[in-house]
Design a binder for this molecule. Sequence first.
Ligand SMILES: *Cc1c(COP(=O)(O)O)cnc(C)c1O
Ligand code: SF4
Length: 326
Amino acid sequence: MKTSWQMALADSFTKPADLLAFLELDEIHRPEFRQATDRFSFRVTQSYAQRMAKGNPHDPLLLQVLPDVRELIEHPNFANDPVGDLKAAAAPGVLQKYQGRILLITTGACAIHCRYCFRRNFPYDGNAIGKQQEQNALDVIRRDRTLNEVIFSGGDPLVLSDERLGQMIRKIGEIPHIRRLRIHTRLPIVLPCRITTELIAALTATHLNSVIVIHANHPNEFNHEVSVALRTLRKSGMSLLNQTVLLKDVNDDTDVLVGLSEALFENGVLPYYLHLLDKARGTSHFDLSTEEALKIYRTLRKSLPGYLLPKLVREEAGRPYKTPVG
Ligand SMILES: *Cc1c(COP(=O)(O)O)cnc(C)c1O
Ligand code: SF4
């Protein structure tokens, strides 16, 4: 039987025309939708769609999910694996890029498909930790005593069931040199009903020090339901950080980014990274030049206290840390 968050997830929009009709927009059938979604399918939760403004084709939440004809433009600098994920695989679904930390692709599934996603072309089949890959992944972690942190990535780890998450966390907690667990997830923003007491119980039944990195890009992504979810996570004692991708026409604006940092802090989340776009094939229409990004960032630095200023970074394939920009 499905739980209520699983039913809400199943109730997502999976066709662009349905979302556009819900938003009372014209021209709901566009020829490019078919080609763009053949490459990367369409998915948006009802909850996230309800935060979009009706009748506004430029809504910053809509632009993050709406297939665009420019996704079909081939560009030599935009690649299928822009950050070198596959080269960093120590075993299927196990990425070893950063010292002391190891990243697990726990699932390929997400609650929302962000058109700018850097893993939109990632071959999840065979490269995510299913039951078959799990033993192997645990062996890699056990053998390497230089590791102290395990990162759950994906896809979105919180689409997994409470049972599955609980089991994985328990097995990782049994490895003596691992002290921290980090979970990268967009669900507190796009499916806030996922943050249930059962989930909190599964995440906190461990001695590991846990960090949740959420992913919000715009202040309009916050509403009462999201605040409740974030407060619930905070009350359970986990640290909450946010990472944002700087996106053309979505949040390439100082006022928007100031509003985002303030909304995060009001909800108990500290801004962590402001990422330049990873150049994944099909995402060039979201790209900003380094100069444009720096111009926004300089104004942002003047407008915020240091603890609300995210670090402006880019990820470069083969480098063991994010490269600071500027
Ligand atoms: C950068 C990154 C990490 C780890 O890097 P930190 O510098 O340790 O935060 C993990 N997951 C994702 C998706 C990242 O982009
Ligand atoms: S992995 Fe993150 S950015 Fe990519 S589609 Fe899923 S939620 Fe969006």
